[in-house]
Design a protein around this ligand. Structure first.
Ligand code: ADP
Length: 448
């Protein structure tokens, strides 16, 4: 069993992990950058270590400094959270070589699922639906043309190592293909050091449906049902909910079991999310696997009652999953609203700075995950998410009513936030009917 966990992250997720550790009776080491030195939750840690300046590459992304902090504080394990080094297989490997338990999958499983080409090949073997397209990396334009003609335009060129929407090109006709491949290869090489790209069918109208899974080191893996994350802008999710509205029960069963199968076939231990796109006939296709705890994991915690972060720590310590698939029951409806310090009316421009008033909502079915308090200054260096508002209620309509009430209580001043956007979205007929697709928010914003 683990004793002392170093949290290699910041913000709300660092606090979320700290709380889980406390409930498990574990000691906590928090690292922080100079830009985060005033973060209020640092005083809850047993030990804190400043690992460098605000620039992420010199602190939260700096592997030697994090390993050194773990060594001097006598930590036995490292939790990466999400973002930063969470999906860096090299970091997971360095942790292992330095005798720290990495709280997440083995670096082998991470590399296998993290590379989109090898992940897709594994999915085919595990009978998980993938988009039609090339079998592996595309070397020659001729090869891409052949594939594209077989599956039909539009197609999408994607980077094997892709992330954050980079290294992708949508291609609508044959004469655009060669250029798109060259550009995607170049972009991927520059961003990820790996220029491998592949081609697959591009789906015009889709919903983002993802499945939460968790596995242990004893070969068990279960799913914790799906989430719909179609309310997004430039691939940034804003609202996530579970269960996915209007998903046929047989399709739900299918997509959830597929996700568990895929993760099991990779001998995966820890929490993962298998992302799919679903078309209007509810056919689903694998998008990618996120080999870490995700921002929106509490949505699933609310409907299943499973503490995903605590369970992830326990399986890293070698314990078996404390439940089987048949023990997992979904109950009611949950939504997450990401509260970002952004001026959404001005292209979501980040709004860092001091927060004078921070009144969080409460009452039945309301959970707020945040590291922020009144008097906190949002640093300009990082992601602009300052809180996650989570709502749980008996059904989707009750969840919307409760969310409306909670968002009205949520007061943040003087920064601009996405609270006002969420209030508008709750009144939007598409959202109310659960008829979202991944582009509806962008269409709404474009139409004012
Ligand atoms: P990243 O790792 O960069 O986030 P993903 O594979 O998750 O890349 O894709 C990001 C987004 O690109 C998806 O959420 C979806 O909007 C779009 N996308 C990716 N592949 C397809 C596809 N085959 N058809 C339609 N849209 C796609």
């Amino acid at each position: 069993m683990l004793k002392r966990v170093l949290i290699a992250n910041r913000g709300e997720i660092a606090l979320r992990i700290l709380r889980a550790c406390r409930e498990l009776g574990l000691e906590v080491v928090c690292v922080y950058s100079e830009a985060d030195a005033q973060a209020p939750f640092l005083k809850l840690a047993d030990r804190t270590v400043c690992i460098g300046p605000g620039t992420a590459s010199e602190s939260y992304l700096n592997i030697p400094r994090i390993i050194a902090a773990a060594e001097v504080t006598g930590a036995d394990s490292i939790h990466p959270g999400y973002g930063f080094l969470a999906e860096n297989a090299h970091f997971a490997e360095v942790c292992k070589e330095s005798n720290f338990e990495f709280i997440g999958p083995s670096h082998e499983a991470m590399a296998l699922l993290g590379d989109k080409i090898s992940c897709k090949q594994l999915a085919r073997k595990a009978k998980v639906p993938v988009f039609p397209g090339s079998d592996g990396a595309i070397e020659e334009t001729d090869e891409a043309i052949e594939v594209a003609e077989k599956i039909g335009f539009p197609v999408i060129v994607k980077a094997a190592a892709g992330g954050g929407g980079r290294g992708m090109r949508i291609v609508r006709s044959q004469n655009e293909l060669a250029k798109a491949i060259a550009q995607a290869q170049q972009e991927a090489k520059a961003a990820f050091g790996n220029g491998a790209v592949y081609v697959e069918k591009f789906l015009e109208h889709a919903r983002h449906v993802e499945v939460q899974v968790i596995g242990d080191k004893h070969g068990n893996a279960v799913h914790l049902y799906e989430r719909d994350c179609s309310t997004q802008r430039r691939h940034q999710k804003l609202i996530e909910e579970a269960p996915g509205p209007h998903i046929d029960p047989r399709k739900r069963d299918d997509v959830c079991k597929s996700a568990a199968r895929l993760v099991k076939s990779a001998k995966y231990a820890g929490a993962a999310t298998v992302e799919f796109l679903m078309d209007d006939k509810q056919h689903f296709y694998l998008l990618e696997v996120n080999t870490r705890v995700q921002v929106e994991h509490p949505v699933t915690e609310l409907i299943t009652g499973v503490d995903i972060v605590k369970t992830g720590i326990r399986v890293a310590g070698g314990e078996e999953l404390p439940f089987r698939q048949r023990d997992i029951k979904a109950n009611g409806h949950a939504m997450e609203f990401r509260i970002n310090a952004e001026d959404w009316k001005r292209s979501f421009a980040p709004c860092p700075g001091p927060i004078e008033r921070f009144d969080v909502p409460g009452g039945p079915g309301v959970r707020v995950d945040t590291h922020v308090v009144a008097g906190y200054r949002v640093p300009p260096n990082y992601d602009s998410m300052i809180a996650k508002l989570l709502i749980h209620a008996e059904d989707r309509d009750a969840c919307i009513a409760r969310a409306r009430r909670a968002l009205a209580e949520f007061q943040v001043e003087p920064l601009k936030t996405t609270i006002s956007l969420h209030r508008e979205l709750l009144d939007n007929p598409s959202f109310q009917k659960g008829g979202m697709d991944i582009h509806y928010l962008e269409r709404l914003l474009a139409n004012g």
